[in-house]
Design a protein around this ligand. Structure first.
Ligand code: SAM
Length: 277
């Protein structure tokens, strides 16, 4: 291992990572998720040459770097730096049992620093801006030829309002890849549903695939392309409870979802959509 690789490996180890990023030969970040296999499923145009692109909720920047790699003229990546400003359910943020969880997240949430290291190593020009999706404003941010948003809506109290803001800054196409509920997607493929969580977990609405597409359309988009169900696999940093406890989890729907996550990953679906009007 060269000195440079050894130094980079140390700098990677000092940070926590959401994304699994190939930073250099032999240096891969230990992400909470491994987004790499999902690239084949997401309908992101292969050639983005000359386009002004936006990545909403970028974390370590996986999708922003991917858009840059595809030739984007510029990529802006927005995220919220401080987890206290996340739109999480109050019980998940302030509930007694979640003190430890929140403290953990404060440590875990180091997106700006991991993004900065990845940007430096990849020689990227992506600009990261501290901004909530709710605050996207064409008068402030301008309009983008392509907007990508991934795995964010479930953490928002008002997903349709967020989609409305995406539409407001989108002059071309939006590629939206979101977490969906597995069992209602399989059982009710044509009925738009969304289960309200909103208590001590970090998510509000869990739509099925039809529910997610309905949210997109109700925010004023026309869907041009949609994918089937695919899974976002967990990465090296994802907690892995011992499998021998799995039989107890089979008794609850939350437990069954955790088993699916462990074995396959988080169920997702994606669309490519254009704003109406
Ligand atoms: C589950 S991660 C998804 C990361 C990435 N978009 C992907 O698809 O791999 C959600 C990201 O959205 C960010 N986020 C949470 N609330 C947000 C908001 N209101 N506006 C913009 N980003 C937000 C989080 O900080 C985090 O980086």
């Amino acid at each position: 291992m060269s000195v440079t690789t050894a130094t980079l490996t140390e700098r990677v180890a000092e940070r926590s990572w959401y994304h699994t990023l190939d930073l250099a030969p032999g240096v891969v970040t230990p992400g909470f998720f491994d987004t790499r296999p999902t690239v084949a499923h997401v309908p992101l145009p292969a050639d983005l040459t000359g386009l002004r692109c936006l990545d909403v909720g970028t974390w370590d920047g996986f999708w922003a770097f991917e858009m840059e790699r595809r030739g984007a003229a510029s990529v802006t990546a927005i995220d919220i730096e401080d987890p206290e400003r996340w739109d999480w359910p109050p019980q998940a943020r302030f509930g007694e049992t979640n003190e430890a969880r929140l403290a953990y997240l404060r440590t875990f949430k180091s997106g700006a620093s991991s993004f900065a290291l990845a940007r430096e190593v990849l020689g990227s020009q992506v600009e990261r801006v501290d901004c909530s999706v709710y605050d996207l404003d064409p008068d402030v941010h301008g309009r983008f030829d392509l907007v990508f948003m991934g795995s964010l809506l479930l953490h928002l109290r008002d997903p349709v309002r967020a989609l409305d803001r995406v539409r407001a800054v989108c002059s071309g196409e939006a590629v939206l890849a979101e977490s969906i509920e597995l069992f209602s997607t399989l059982a009710r493929p044509r009925t738009a549903t969304a289960r309200l969580e909103g208590l001590d977990q970090s998510w509000w609405w869990q739509p099925n695939a039809a529910g997610f597409r309905r949210m997109v359309r109700s925010a004023g988009f026309r869907i041009e392309e949609q994918t089937g169900l695919y899974f976002l696999p967990t990465g090296a940093a994802h907690p892995r409870p011992p499998l021998h406890t799995a039989w107890r989890e089979l008794a609850t729907s939350g437990g069954r979802e955790r088993i699916v996550t462990r074995v396959k990953g988080i169920p997702h679906t994606a669309v490519r959509a254009v704003p109406l009007g």
